[in-house]
Write a protein that binds this ligand. Structure first.
Ligand SMILES: Nc1ncnc2c1ncn2[C@@H]1O[C@H](COP(=O)(O)OP(=O)(O)OP(=O)(O)O)[C@@H](O)[C@H]1O
Ligand SMILES: [Mg+2]
Length: 463
């Protein structure tokens, strides 16, 4: 899969660009409103004043004739203070006012025009901009009234410039910020992609980079790393199990083969029969190993979680104890059950029965310290708060503190118990069935011996 390195195609950049557009649009809206209410208002006020003056002068012309109009225009022109007047006769000759001639461009009646004017006397005369309105009066007279709008235009330019820079700067800063943010984001995504590549190439110990910022990318990397650790653990477990399985199969198969070969060489019907009987026995053992492995795999897959049913563990305890009682009696030991109905859990009856089987089997095997001291086993079932507790205790050799975690692993057998049959899968099944049932297993010193304590959540109608 090709890596897309374009910053402009990152979601961060796109987001920044969209955000920038929205921001620029709203800023332009606000600034436009400010412009309209300041510069626009002043310009409208000037135009309204000019308009009102024109109307007033036109009235004077109508009432007092040319003489009255000329008189007013002359008076006003003297102390104008920024006001501009020009009255022309029918032959375009200037009659009154403080402007020398009609500005060029005035060809139509009733129009607004901007024109330059000279303010002050030489040598300090300066050019200003004026805005005016021109009307044609009756009998061919032309009247122009205007105002010096130089300051207004300067103010308008300042505001326009400010708006231009504000919008321009926000665009530049926004784009730059988006670019840097995206580059940073892209760099981190590239680092994650690189780490993924390494892991895919076979380095299962590789992990996603974590920047320490504790942001969403770090959280994503964190969960991916947890997942990778889990996968690595499972892979290691699988490797170990397959090598253990191979090893555990090899010995009985070699033994079986040697025995059959030996029997064939003897050429004797009785030898054949014995060899076949022993082969069947070996096969049964192998099948038991496979069944135990399959049960563990089944419990660990977690798929059975949906199929768990409410049940009373008391019934299971009673059944398993009944099964083992004759064996314990026969050996001269004892097997005591101390429980009452009501050990309700949500579980798989068969797997839980297998768990109890394994624990009592262990207690029978390892609870016996010497040939003349058979095992005394105690099985307890009780409810404490919201937990169902099952205990299986013996008075045998026990398990040292440092081995208690280890014996839960697959194919783990302690040196002291090598003389007893078994392949080290019993407690692994117990542990995985406990995980399936959201329960716990704890190994304790029974002084002497081992006390295995199982804790399962109590099933109530509400749960
Ligand atoms: N009650 C116990 N007392 C002392 N040691 C025990 C006891 N239960 C288990 N162990 C130790 O833990 C090891 C693992 O037990 P586990 O039940 O998993 O396997 P196993 O009994 O050896 O074989 P399997 O159960 O597969 O027939 C045993 O080999 C033994 O060393
Ligand atoms: Mg066992």
């Amino acid at each position: 899969m090709p890596v897309n390195n374009s910053i402009f195609q990152t979601s961060t950049f796109r987001l920044a660009a969209i955000y920038l557009l929205v921001f620029a649009a709203s800023a332009a809206g606000i600034l436009g409103y400010v412009y309209y209410t300041t510069v626009g208002l002043l310009e409208r006020q000037t135009e309204d004043t000019i308009h009102a003056e024109i109307l007033g002068l036109a009235d004077q012309y109508r009432l007092l004739g040319v003489a009255g109009l000329v008189d007013t225009v002359q008076r006003r022109s003297r102390d104008a203070g920024g006001a501009i007047y020009l009255l022309e006769g029918p032959n375009q000759a200037r009659i009154a006012g403080n402007l020398d001639a009609m500005p060029p461009g005035v060809t139509q009646n009733q129009i607004w025009i901007d024109f330059p004017i000279t303010v002050g006397q030489e040598p300090v005369a300066v050019q200003h901009t004026a805005r005016g309105f021109q009307v044609e009066l009756a009998n061919g007279y032309d009247l122009l009234v205007g105002r010096d709008v130089n300051e207004l235009r300067q103010f308008r330019d300042v505001i326009r410039e400010a708006i231009f820079w504000a919008v321009g700067m926000s665009l530049v800063v926004g784009l730059g910020g988006g670019y840097f943010m995206s580059r940073n984001f892209l760099r981190r995504v590239d680092a994650i992609t690189g780490a993924t590549r390494l892991i895919m190439a076979g380095d299962l110990s590789g992990r996603m980079p974590v920047s320490g910022a504790n942001d969403e990318l770090d959280r994503l990397s964190g969960s991916l790393n947890d997942m990778l650790s889990q996968i690595e653990r499972l892979m290691d477990g699988m490797k170990e199990v397959s090598s253990n399985v191979a090893h555990d199969l090899k010995t009985p198969l070699t033994r079986m083969r040697a025995r059959i070969e030996d029997a064939l060489r003897q050429d004797n019907a009785l030898e054949y029969k014995t060899a076949l009987d022993q082969t069947i026995e070996e096969c049964d053992k192998l099948l038991r190993t496979f069944n135990a492995l399959l049960s563990i795999a089944q419990a660990e897959s977690g798929q059975m979680r949906q199929g768990l049913q409410p049940l009373d563990l008391f019934d299971t305890l009673r059944d398993v104890v009944e099964l083992y009682e004759p064996l314990a009696d026969e050996a001269g030991g004892s097997l005591k059950l101390e429980a009452r109905p009501g050990l309700r859990v949500r579980g798989d009856r068969q797997l839980l029965a297998q768990v109890l089987n394994n624990l009592i089997d262990n207690a029978m095997k390892y609870g016996q310290t010497s040939a003349d001291k058979p095992a005394d086993i105690e099985v307890i079932g009780r409810v404490d708060a919201q937990t169902v507790i099952i205990e299986v205790a013996d008075h045998g050799i026990g398990v040292n503190l440092e081995d208690r975690e280890r014996v839960l692993g697959r194919f783990v057998r302690l040196d002291e118990s090598r003389s007893k049959p078994g392949n080290g899968l019993g407690l692994s099944l117990v542990a995985s069935v406990m995980t399936l049932h959201s329960g716990q297993i704890q190994l304790e010193n029974n002084r002497p011996g081992l006390r295995v304590i199982l804790r399962l959540p109590l099933y109530t109608e509400a749960s």
